[in-house]
Design a protein around this ligand. Structure first.
Ligand SMILES: Nc1ncnc2c1ncn2[C@@H]1O[C@H](COP(=O)(O)OP(=O)(O)OP(=O)(O)O)[C@@H](O)[C@H]1O
Ligand SMILES: [Mg+2]
Length: 230
């Protein structure tokens, strides 16, 4: 489902002429099979979000190759990327990224509208996704009226509503209490078992890491199997 080969990434910061180069990732090789749940560990600032954003095409790598669901995505332009994401992947953001002017319902419905799903089906899918994260009662709330954990759950429902083959999740349980975390992990498992959905999940949480089929970690810019770090 994901093939990352010899991936490198550095950021350039500061004004032109006096730019500073910030190397973040080097020599990254990662293969994730269809139906696998893989967790990504690593210290704050190690490059976990950068790796996920590269795989999702939100940023372009300095070097290397990324193949997702058989497509070499490093060659896609913005329009092709938008379409590719809609057809193949859901993304759960570390910072939620809900649209402030839209209700919880409308935020979750958006991918369905973009995909061209008709209204009747849309309402049913949104209801199902909201029920999955226990947010049915908050359909008409705006993001600013929701707690962090509730916003996170809306973000999770939005990522899952199209039942994509691949879900990339950046600290999906970071702002949830342990009970809600348990519920979220249960429906990750359910999607995985029922639809063979592949998950790449960034986490600091040992429980989430233990829940995954396999864990990798980013250490000094390189990817290592989690066992190596102990
Ligand atoms: N847009 C950017 N421009 C410049 N530097 C960036 C940018 N995004 C990230 N970085 C740098 O890349 C490094 C890795 O950041 P990243 O967000 O990937 O870390 P992370 O592992 O997700 O950390 P955390 O656990 O705190 O979320 C950091 O040193 C950060 O300063
Ligand atoms: Mg991060």
């Amino acid at each position: 489902m994901i093939e990352v080969r010899d991936l490198h990434h550095e950021f350039r910061i500061g004004k032109k002429g006096q730019e500073k180069i910030v190397p973040v990732l080097r020599d990254i090789d990662l293969s994730v099979r269809e139906g696998e749940i893989v967790s990504v560990l690593g210290r704050s600032g190690s490059g976990k979000s950068t790796l996920l954003n590269l795989i999702a095409g939100y940023i372009r790598p300095t070097g290397g190759r990324i193949v997702v669901a058989g497509t070499d995505v490093t060659g896609l332009n913005e329009t092709q990327w938008a379409k590719f994401r809609l057809n193949h992947m859901g993304f759960i953001f570390q910072s939620f990224q809900l649209i402030p002017s839209m209700t919880a319902f409308a935020n979750i419905e958006l991918p369905l509208i973009l995909k061209g799903v008709d209204d009747k089906k849309r309402a049913a899918y949104v209801q199902e996704a909201m029920a999955m994260v226990g947010m049915e009662e908050f359909a008409h709330f705006y993001p600013s009226e929701l707690s962090g954990g509730q916003q996170q759950r809306v973000g999770i429902a939005r990522a899952m509503v199209l039942k994509p083959r691949l879900i990339l999740a950046d600290e999906p349980t970071g702002s949830l209490d342990s009970e809600t975390e348990e519920t979220v992990l249960q429906f990750i498992r359910e999607l995985n078992q029922r639809h063979n959905t592949t998950f790449l999940i960034i986490t600091h949480d040992r429980e989430v890491a233990a829940f995954a089929h396999r864990s990798v970690a980013i250490h000094n810019g390189s990817l290592v199997a989690q066992e190596v770090l102990g």
